[in-house]
Design a protein around this ligand. Structure first.
Ligand code: C2E
Ligand code: CA
Ligand code: CA
Length: 404
């Protein structure tokens, strides 16, 4: 072995380091060849062969985990040694975000390696095949991350370029057959792809955190729209429903922002109903109860959306301050054919009545459904039977035509 401080020469078949050892330096191959292998069922399995200009053992520069492979020369080899030195210090003093990204990347890499090793140990599958599969999986992951970043960017630009628009679907008071309110539903007017449904971008918005600015925009626009409706419809509407997403839920920030919007636009809180799905409630009940209590303190109302599709634990009905339940379309639309659906809706209506909670039936498309719901004394109905979600202008027009 040579003695130069940063450069070392090795004979063929020399172990540079072993899997499981502590490491404090990385290596660059200057000349020769190094093989990296891992032990599978007690036997070394080659995972890569490195030549001139390639780096290995680099993870030791970033943290002090154990070596996850064995490195061995196959011929006379010169290596440049990169010691950790002040590396750690530099990392520690670097930007917090960069540190986070580095840790996440390392963690992902280790997970991938561990998974691969486990799979190799468990199955006697062709190792090369597996490595190829893993490479493909990684490649796909990189691609999908890149795609996601691009889409997120597109969403942010869409907000800046005013490509989002709220649509409004009427909610009918079933006992008087009158439009009593509406639900605000977002659409993306894509310049090339046309009108895009929220199902195609809400989840991504939640995953990327974009839902926070988008959610605030929705609340503000819904409040402004409701003011306009009331001016043009002589105060006939009682409320507008706004969907709240789970990820919008940093309680103090959300409440502060809602209060800000209400104050800025002189919104009457009692005209706003926030819709929250039951899965959000159950995922984080403690956080949810804080938010719901704050919303109630402000004077606004709360509806549980998609009722019956999530955890369906009735226990929260008395734990949370809930004003309305929205029976999911999957029940409304099967009431006629499926006796059990009908019985569920019937029981829900009775339960809600006894708890003093209003019932809104979603997805009413047939007169039969409407009649059944009326006979079960559901309070409100919403669905294509009355109207699909409409632009603000069309919604006002519909109201005018129904008033005549
Ligand atoms: P959701 O809150 O359950 O909204 C009801 C969905 O059912 C709407 O779809 C509506 O157009 C559709 N719908 C209403 N009546 C009928 C009917 O009679 N038949 C059928 N087949 N469908 C009906 P949309 O607008 O595509 O929204 C889908 C989901 O996207 C919403 O489900 C909600 O979870 C989410 N979403 C929409 N707008 C917003 C928003 O502003 N913020 C958030 N966080 N989520 C939103
Ligand atoms: Ca809803
Ligand atoms: Ca719903």
């Amino acid at each position: 072995m040579g003695t130069n401080k940063n450069r070392q020469s090795y004979q063929p078949e020399t172990i540079i380091f072993n899997e499981g050892e502590l490491g404090d330096c990385a290596f660059i191959v200057e000349k020769g060849e190094v093989c990296l292998s891992i032990l599978v069922n007690g036997k070394p399995v080659l995972i890569s062969t490195l030549h001139e200009g390639q780096i290995f053992g680099e993870m030791a520069l970033l943290d002090d985990h154990l070596r996850c492979a064995t490195a061995k020369t196959t011929q006379e080899t010169d290596l440049l040694v990169i010691p950790r030195d002040n590396f750690q210090e530099k990392i520690n003093s670097s930007d917090q975000f960069i540190r986070l990204m580095l840790n996440v990347t390392l963690e992902r890499y280790r997970e991938m390696r561990t998974r691969l090793n486990q799979t190799l140990r468990l199955n006697k599958v062709d190792e090369q095949d597996l490595l190829e599969q893993e490479n493909k999986r990684q490649q796909a992951q990189v691609l999908s991350t890149a795609q996601q970043l691009e889409q997120e960017n597109e969403l942010r630009q869409a907000l800046e370029n005013k490509q989002f628009e709220l649509y409004f679907q009427p909610i009918i008071a079933l006992n008087i057959d009158k439009i009593i309110g509406c639900e605000a539903l977002i659409r993306w007017n894509h310049p090339k792809k046309g009108l895009i449904s929220p199902n195609q971008f809400i989840t991504l918005s939640e995953q990327t955190g974009f839902i926070e600015p988008l959610g605030l925009w929705i609340i503000e626009q819904a409040c402004l729209a409701f003011e306009r409706f009331n001016n043009q419809l002589s105060g006939q509407l009682k409320f507008i429903s706004i969907n709240l997403s789970g990820r919008q839920f940093t309680p103090s920030v959300l409440i502060k922002n809602i209060k800000g919007i209400f104050a800025q636009h002189d919104v009457k809180p009692e005209t706003i109903k926030f819709e929250i799905t039951e899965s959000i409630l159950m995922e984080n009940p403690l956080e949810a109860i804080n938010i719901l209590n704050e919303i109630k303190k402000m004077g606004s109302f709360i509806a549980i959306d998609d009722f019956g599709t999530g955890y369906s634990s009735f226990s929260y009905l008395h734990r949370f301050p809930i004003d309305s339940i929205k029976i999911d379309r999957s029940f409304t639309s099967t009431m006629q054919q499926n006796h059990k659906s009908y019985e569920i809706v019937k029981s829900l209506c009775a339960l809600a009545k006894s708890l003093n909670i209003e019932i809104i039936a979603e997805g009413i498309e047939q007169v039969w459904e409407e009649n059944s719901l009326k006979s079960l004394q559901a309070d409100f109905g919403q669905g294509y039977l009355y109207a699909k979600p409409l632009t603000a202008d069309a919604f006002i027009e519909l109201n005018h035509s129904r008033m005549q």
